[in-house]
Design a protein around this ligand. Structure first.
Ligand SMILES: Cc1cc2nc3c(=O)[nH]c(=O)nc-3n(C[C@H](O)[C@H](O)[C@H](O)COP(=O)(O)O)c2cc1C
Length: 316
């Protein structure tokens, strides 16, 4: 049986399959479908300093091969998360990666500080797709300097491994990825959603109450694979790939493009077992291809790959 275990940024994963932030809540609803420790890690919904109610509905609409969402970072706030959600996640025995969001570098830093040193938190994923209130609403993630400011601020406030989650809504990803690395990120994940809109032709209005939303699902997969390919050739820290993964073959595309691990998101809405099926499919594929360790094929399709390959669990 192939070895799927690996380490990324010091976090040991029994397999390279995670859940994508915002598509798995805090795991509660999925616990009745499968034990969460079948996954490599669980990534939480975005956590902010204060609780947020999120946007008014409608805030989700189905699209061809995907969906559009405008949830608006609904979450219990960092203290509510620590008190009410983290204990049951800890008991599940799965590495927990907390997705951190904020409207200012100071907010990100404060959330990172409150999570520092807590048992059961393995790493932070910094979502730089939030609007930067200090700079008038532009997302942090589109400007390398803002990304660096957010990452460096978190770096100063926590010893946890940092994963910076990049947005595809930029002209060129490499400068943003490099800025995150120079500011101290231990890994990057990509992609977050693409900005899109659906219009109801009867009401003559956008379907989502907020107008535009984030497009996810299989429709964005080729964009995401290309993004991973580009970034894995530009930086030397591990890359986590996501965007439209439904099957093990989809995950393999990301791994061969240069991702050390992958996350499954929108597919979970249609099939709560989708991520588990990806784990099983990766093991079967490796066995069928004579690949003894999944880390061997990271970047196999990317001649320009210069990222750091994952570590082997047996080496730690
Ligand atoms: C309903 C929903 C909520 C999301 N919330 C977050 C979030 O809080 N933080 C974040 O970084 N990404 C969030 N995302 C983006 C996903 O984590 C992921 O990057 C994106 O959906 C692409 O992956 P997928 O096509 O497999 O869903 C959300 C996506 C969806 C569909």
């Amino acid at each position: 049986m192939a070895d799927l275990g690996l380490t990324i940024a010091g976090v040991a994963l029994k397999n390279p399959v995670m859940t994508a932030s915002g598509t798995f809540g805090y795991g509660r609803e999925y616990g009745c479908f499968f034990p969460l420790n079948r996954l490599g890690a669980v990534v939480t919904k975005g956590i902010t300093l204060e609780p947020r109610a999120g946007n008014p509905g409608p805030r989700v609409v189905e699209t061809p091969a995907g969906m559009l969402n405008s949830i608006g970072l609904q979450n219990p706030g960092v203290d509510g998360f620590i008190a009410d959600e983290l204990p049951s996640m800890r008991e599940a025995g799965v590495p927990v990666i907390v997705n951190v969001s904020g409207h200012s570098p100071a907010e990100y830093g404060e959330v990172a500080a409150r999570l520092d040193g807590l048992e059961g938190v393995s790493a932070l994923e910094i979502n730089v797709s939030c609007p930067n209130v200090d700079q008038g609403g532009m997302a942090f993630g589109v400007d390398p300097r803002s990304v660096a400011e957010v990452v460096a601020g978190c770096r100063r406030r926590t010893r946890l491994p940092l994963i910076t989650k990049l947005t595809p809504n930029v002209t060129s990803l490499a400068p943003v990825a490099r800025a995150a690395v120079e500011a101290g990120t231990d890994a990057v994940s990509l992609i977050n959603t693409l900005v899109g809109m659906v219009i109801d032709v009867v009401s003559r209005r956008p379907v989502l109450a907020r107008g535009a939303g984030g497009l996810s699902g299989p429709a964005i997969r080729p964009v995401a694979v290309r993004a991973v390919y580009e970034v894995a050739a530009a930086i030397e820290v591990p890359v986590i790939g996501l965007g439209g993964i439904v099957t093990a073959e989809d995950a393999l595309q990301f791994i061969m493009a240069g991702a050390s691990a992958v996350a499954v998101g929108t597919a979970l809405f249609a099939d709560p077992l989708a991520a588990c099926r990806v784990v099983e499919g990766l093991a079967a594929w490796c066995d069928g291809q004579g690949v003894s360790w999944i880390g061997e094929i990271v970047g196999a399709a990317n001649p320009a790959f210069r990222g750091r390959r994952p570590g082997r669990m047996t080496e730690c």
